[in-house]
Design a protein around this ligand. Sequence first.
Ligand SMILES: [Zn+2]
Length: 233
Amino acid sequence: MSSMVRKAILLAVGICAMGTAAGLGVAFATSSNEVVAGLTAEKIEIPVPGKVLMWPEVTEKVASEKKDDENVLTVKYKTEVWGNVVADFSDFRAKVAETLADARGWVRAGIKFVEVSSGEDVDVILSDPAHLEALNGCSGELSCTTWNNQVIINDVRWREGTEATRTVGMGQRDYQHMVVNHEMGHWLGHYSHVESCPNGGVAPLMLQQSTGMRGCDTFNAWPLEWELWANKK
Ligand SMILES: [Zn+2]
């Protein structure tokens, strides 16, 4: 059985970078994590570090193995490609590494990403739309992060962005930063989207800029100060 097929079977639910808020709420309604669709930025609650919001074994593993010290969480990731993608995979790998190491990004939350060839915590996958479409909870139109520790970037979006991001003038490299940071944000524990910018301003990373700015004035590819948390720490 190929690893892709095995992963597809193991997959339970997914969260979509460009899906609807309603679909999102259904996907992540679990007993340990109440989905709170509809929250605005001011109402987001910051989880207590170490609080179990995901699989207990994951949190336990993180606590015992992942901390270099009290302030840094090391996340091992592996890059993969699924299906017939058009984007250059080497370029994708390099750009993902660049984004994850960028001083504007999750680094500010004390997270250090290291690319590995095995023993990864999370897979970062460049996928053709057909493979995404086949996954429960994902869509061929979207990028997707799954409970199976897969951050899956849609090849078409990686190359073209979305109509909404093009409309607001988000450049393709900005889009790539945004989609990698956003999907990784879901994996880090940001299961809900920020629904809107009630007072305008800079868009939070975890707002679905792929489908619209929702009252925000400025697009943004990086976590805002109050988004700098991860429940895996
Ligand atoms: Zn999302």
